[in-house]
Design a binder for this molecule. Structure first.
Ligand SMILES: NC(=O)c1ccc[n+]([C@@H]2O[C@H](COP(=O)([O-])OP(=O)(O)OC[C@H]3O[C@@H](n4cnc5c(N)ncnc54)[C@H](O)[C@@H]3O)[C@@H](O)[C@H]2O)c1
Length: 258
């Protein structure tokens, strides 16, 4: 079977582990060259080593505007341009409207939402400068079913992910009417088995009960794996999705219908 992303150049934030790592792995298997970025320097370096010659790691805190220029400059220098931007890095910091402090709210917004704004802004600039032969591209922002399903203890996370979905639509419209050939979509995963899930489980008293309740939320009878999300990302990044822009793609074993 032919590679779906042959010759394409991608940046994946939060690529040291979890969904970002799963996407980078699948992209490389489909013929892409990938820069993974992450705040975790050790994890990112070892992930890039595991992923082989078509993967490079750049240390990067997505919440800091000052660090984005360096990532795009690296892509320009090493790849000569960019075709795919995947904004995956994110955190789940728990708290209700009554107990979440402002610092945690701001941190959640900076890592989950402002990062996507900065990633889209820089990616559009770089993709626009591609040669005519590789014009256009794809931007994918990682939201969550939490963009559409509220939980009392996820006040900041819910708001940040709903923001990602709606910001994605605005950016997609802008790119569409500007004739850039850049497709912009978001993915709303259900519960996916990653380090983030382990952290959430570790924050509560009865982790096993929470895990069982997460499984039960998915009518399909299981929680998801990074590969489930990566498969959607490959499609959205591929030329097959050229008429697909401005949408939020749910990958959740029917959780959102529950
Ligand atoms: N796991 C789930 O159940 C789930 C469900 C829906 C959506 N998501 C979303 O998918 C994305 C990835 O989640 P995951 O489960 O793979 O998480 P994870 O915690 O396993 O991995 C996230 C990665 O992002 C990195 N990161 C965190 N803060 C960063 C920062 N400021 N700058 C750069 N990198 C940073 C971490 O070091 C880590 O490598 C997140 O946006 C998350 O909200 C996850």
């Amino acid at each position: 079977m032919s590679e779906k992303l042959a010759g394409k150049r991608a940046i994946v934030t939060g690529g040291a582990t979890g969904i970002g790592y799963g996407i980078a792995k699948r992209f490389i298997a489909e013929g892409a060259q990938v820069i993974i970025t992450d705040i975790d320097a050790q994890g990112g370096t070892s992930a890039a080593q595991r992923l082989g010659d078509n993967c490079q790691f750049v240390h990067h805190d997505v919440s800091l505007a000052s660090q984005w220029d360096g990532v795009f400059a690296y892509a320009e220098k090493h790849f000569g341009g960019l075709d795919i931007m995947v904004n995956v890095a994110g955190v789940t910091l728990m708290g209700t409207i009554e107990d979440l402090d402002l610092e945690t709210w701001d941190k959640t917004m900076a890592i989950n939402l402002r990062s996507c704004f900065l990633g889209c802004q820089g990616a559009i600039k770089l993709i626009k400068s591609n040669s005519a032969a590789s014009a256009g591209g794809s931007i994918i922002n990682m939201a969550s079913v939490s963009a559409v399903k509220a939980k009392p203890e996820l006040v900041a996370y819910n708001a940040s992910k709903a923001g990602v979905d709606m910001m994605t639509k605005s950016v997609a419209l802008h790119c569409a009417v500007s004739g850039y050939g850049i497709n912009v979509n978001s993915i709303n995963p259900g519960v996916i088995e990653t380090d983030m899930l382990k952290k959430v489980i570790s924050q509560v008293e009865d982790g096993d009960a929470l895990m069982d309740s997460y499984r039960a939320l998915h009518p399909i009878g299981r929680i998801g794996q990074p590969e489930d999300v990566a498969a959607m990302a490959v499609y959205l990044a591929s030329d097959e999705a050229s008429f697909v822009t401005g949408s939020a793609f749910t990958v959740d074993g029917a959780l959102a219908l529950n």
